[in-house]
Design a protein around this ligand. Structure first.
Ligand SMILES: O=C(O)CNC(=O)[C@H](CS)NC(=O)CCC(=O)C(=O)O
Length: 279
């Protein structure tokens, strides 16, 4: 099986978890109706909430998250592979994990991944984020072997850490999932180029389901969900602020074709560094 129809669900998630679960479910159904068999949703599909206090009030622990049974049942009913870009779940340390879910067409939760890199930045103009105040970072990369190929998991700010994707590709990933809630400011400057770079340098398909638009918690996200081929071409793209779906039919053989043309992934060398002091 080398051909596969992939869909990204783009959302503008609110502070209302029930509403977000409903919106995601509706768009996932729509993607399945268009024939997609691998469907991905954005980072923080079920809750976009900047205030740590409200987040801790709403989030539950993993076993009690209300969205997981819904998404498992949906995957089973629609017979699709379902990647939920992330949900917040309370963990032991009193903080949440920013956790992505990978569900099989049998409705089984095959894997989860906790975002490794925390978005602690000051962008200027009063826009600052301190993700580590609410979230505890994960420390394990995750690659899922499926009948159609290897799927590497990551989330949003992870996009900036190229070695993570190299590790996933070398472990057998053919498709890199990069769900996001990118800021509008950094998205305009960096989103397309970084995503295309990850596809090109790993020879993987990149599937990036995004949050887009003005959210109830006051932040504005960039949207532009993207599906990118291993050679770097954009196969499908969403608009800035419009919830909806994008689809692309992909051929997994393109992974071998791109890597055959430029086998950079097998050409890594040990580097020794000389620092020349000319002060
Ligand atoms: O806080 C939440 O509710 C969920 N987490 C996020 O939205 C995270 C941390 S604030 N956003 C990013 O990682 C954006 C990265 C980005 O925009 C970049 O790398 O430029």
């Amino acid at each position: 099986m080398t051909k596969l129809k992939i869909a990204c669900v783009q959302m503008r998630s609110s502070r209302d978890m029930a509403e977000n679960i409903e919106t995601a479910s509706r768009l996932i159904e729509q993607a399945a109706a268009e024939g997609a068999t691998l469907i991905s949703t954005p980072e923080m599909t079920t809750l976009l909430e900047r205030s740590a206090k409200s987040l801790f009030e709403i989030a539950t622990d993993f076993a009690n998250d209300p969205s997981i049974p819904v998404f498992k049942a949906l995957a089973k009913r629609l017979k699709v592979w379902l990647h939920i870009g992330s949900v917040p779940v309370l963990t032991d340390g009193g903080k949440c994990a920013n956790r992505a879910l990978f569900i099989s067409p049998d409705g089984e939760l095959l894997a989860h991944y906790d975002k490794i890199h925390m978005f602690d930045v000051e962008l200027g103009g009063g826009e600052a984020y301190r993700e580590s105040r609410s979230y505890k970072p994960g420390d394990r990369a995750v690659m899922v072997k499926t009948p159609f190929g290897g799927v590497g998991l990551s989330i949003c700010y992870d996009l900036r850490f190229a070695h993570l994707y190299r590790t996933l590709a070398k472990a057998g990933a053919d498709i890199l999932m990069i769900p996001a809630a990118f800021t509008k400011v950094t998205g305009q400057a960096h989103w397309h180029v970084l995503l295309r770079a990850r596809a090109i340098e790993t020879g993987c398909f990149v599937v990036a389901a995004a949050q887009g638009g003005l959210h109830a918690d006051g932040r504005e996200t960039f949207g532009h969900s993207l599906i990118i081929a291993p050679w770097g071409e954009v196969l499908a793209e969403a608009e800035h602020a419009k919830p909806g779906i994008i689809c692309a039919e992909i051929d997994l053989e393109e992974v071998a074709r791109a890597r055959g043309r430029v086998p950079a992934l097998t050409h890594d060398r040990e580097i020794t560094l000389d620092v020349i002091d000319a002060l």
